[in-house]
Design a protein. Structure first.
Length: 192
């Protein structure tokens, strides 16, 4: 991989603070609040590195994107495309009716995409940083933000907000999640 001097990383903190397109809830947490915090911490780590320029989909906790689920998703993909991002990362928390469901996983448009290896590295480093199970990377071409972004894009499910242990880590140590993603990016780009 040819090394650039600066990489433009678009960090999409999934969901809106309120509907339309609000996130999942579990164990007293709201997905949109958790991913907002992790996104801010990830931005701070990347910005301090000197090799990155970042942009957030939600620069403030109150930032509301779009007036429907579709326009919310479009605002995120369009924001990354118009900015000319090199990579797009959408941060989410998983939810399940099975409280024992646990771990981090990622979705990409295709297994042949450069995003696949990026997502693999991020999941490896999330596992090392948080101790959560690595559930692997899956192609999910139907996801809007993966279909409509012009750059390698990965949607990262940090952990299960519906699992008490995952939720406690998400609430009490968001830095571990940001650090895991950051370390995965560094390894992928050969900057570690």
């Amino acid at each position: 991989m040819e090394r650039q001097t600066r990489y433009k990383i678009y960090i999409d903190q999934g969901h809106n603070p309120t509907n339309p397109n609000a996130g999942a809830e579990g164990n007293g947490l709201r997905e949109q609040d958790v991913v907002f915090r992790v996104g801010i911490l990830l931005r701070d780590l990347l910005d301090a590195n000197g090799h990155f320029e970042t942009r957030l989909s939600r620069p403030t906790a109150e930032t509301q994107l779009g007036t429907s689920q579709n326009t919310s998703l479009a605002a995120r993909a369009n924001g990354a495309n118009e900015w000319g991002a090199d990579y797009f990362l959408s941060l989410h928390c998983n939810a399940s009716t099975i409280p024992e469901a646990t771990g981090s996983e990622a979705f990409v448009y295709a297994v042949t995409s450069p995003a696949y290896r990026l997502a693999e590295e991020i999941l490896r480093r999330l596992n090392l940083s948080t101790g959560l199970k690595n559930r692997g990377v899956t192609a999910r071409p139907s996801l809007y933000v993966l279909r409509k972004t012009a750059m390698p894009a990965a949607l990262i499910e940090l952990g299960f907000i519906t699992n008490p242990s995952d939720a406690a880590k998400l609430e009490n140590d968001p830095e571990a999640f940001a650090r895991g993603i950051y370390n995965g990016i560094l390894v992928y780009l050969g900057l570690a």
